[in-house]
Design a protein around this ligand. Structure first.
Ligand SMILES: Cc1cc2nc3c(=O)[nH]c(=O)nc-3n(C[C@H](O)[C@H](O)[C@H](O)COP(=O)(O)O)c2cc1C
Ligand code: SF4
Ligand code: SF4
Length: 277
């Protein structure tokens, strides 16, 4: 096993907790294997890494990564090994190219790209999975994470798939990075539903929400993470032009996964993912 005494840094950006959940499971597994790891949450991307070898964790947004990860990677210069851990709501290969921009930035900064681990977790946008489906996704991720941990501990290189359709779709969807800050200006709060808990203001990673003189203001730095609307206890936040795809409220991951009924959407791809080792 290629283990160094230097800790591995697990750096996580997670809008609504799915990626953090998987990253924490990886942290626990590596620690149990005797590998020294530090888990850090990325807030706005301005942080720097103190470890040489890194696992960068993020949710897929529009077949790409959150803009914050790009900012984070531009600041890195440690020149060690990098793995990616990503989560997405659908198991389509169109998500395969989402790390491409990060790979380019990191290679330029002297890093060696070692591999990528992709886990399917419930949608926080588009439509709501059932709690049973969410539990099946979580159980599947937990089953697969030890393999990732072994590969990381061994310093093993695993190829990253980059199918041409995924390259085209992710390149086209990069427009979403341009779209999110503009759409963020259209967010609004339904005053009749709001209970004034200020959770949205406190937890926005880019400090994009302010509350002054009894009014909410949404600024220009939204990254589309939906943390505000997903966690609003009363579903009071409308997310602009994407409101028809809004998902509100956390999932219960403790249901019986064997009672998860398959949906019609991408059914074969989900079934393939759940049955893969
Ligand atoms: C703005 C936005 C765009 C998304 N785009 C995709 C996508 O292209 N493909 C996909 O499979 N899931 C997509 N999702 C779903 C998330 O990737 C998925 O729910 C992820 O597990 C959320 O992780 P988090 O809880 O760590 O934020 C998107 C979610 C958001 C908020
Ligand atoms: S999280 Fe929802 S209920 Fe709480 S202050 Fe924000 S909009 Fe109002
Ligand atoms: S306004 Fe909401 S969606 Fe936009 S960055 Fe802040 S928490 Fe995320």
């Amino acid at each position: 096993m290629e283990q160094t005494s230097e800790p591995i840094g697990i750096y996580v950006f997670s809008g609504t907790g799915n990626t953090l959940r998987c990253a924490r499971a990886l942290e626990t597994t590596l620690t149990e294997m005797g590998v020294s790891v530090n888990l850090h949450e990325i807030s706005d991307g301005s942080e720097t890494a103190t470890e040489r070898d890194l696992v960068l964790c993020y949710p897929v947004y529009g077949f790409n990564m959150p803009r914050i990860l790009k900012t984070f990677c531009r600041n890195l210069n440690g020149g060690g090994n990098v793995w990616f851990l990503k989560t997405s709501g659908e198991p389509l290969h169109l998500n395969d190219n989402s790390s491409a921009e990060l790979i380019r930035i990191l290679k330029k900064n002297g890093y060696r790209i070692k591999g990528e681990f992709h886990y399917i977790m419930p949608y926080n946008m588009v439509f709501r999975h059932t709690d049973e489906q969410a539990s099946l996704m979580w159980e599947t991720a937990k089953r697969r994470i030890p393999d990732a941990a072994k590969r990381i501990a061994n310093g093993e290189k695993t190829p990253i798939r980059e199918p041409i359709p995924a390259k085209i779709v992710s390149a086209l969807c990069r427009i979403e990075h341009w779209f999110y800050p503009r759409n963020g200006r259209l967010f609004c709060v339904d005053a009749k539903k709001c209970v004034g808990c200020q959770k949205c203001v406190k937890h926005c990673p880019t400090k994009n929400i302010t509350f002054e003189n009894g009014r909410f203001r949404f600024g220009k730095s939204c990254i589309g993470c939906v943390r505000c609307s997903f966690n609003c206890p009363t579903g009071a936040i409308k997310i602009g032009l994407l409101d028809f795809m809004r998902v509100n409220g956390p999932y219960d991951f403790t249901r019986d996964p064997t009672s998860a009924k398959p949906g019609r959407y991408c059914r074969k791809s989900y079934e393939r993912y759940f049955s893969e080792k």
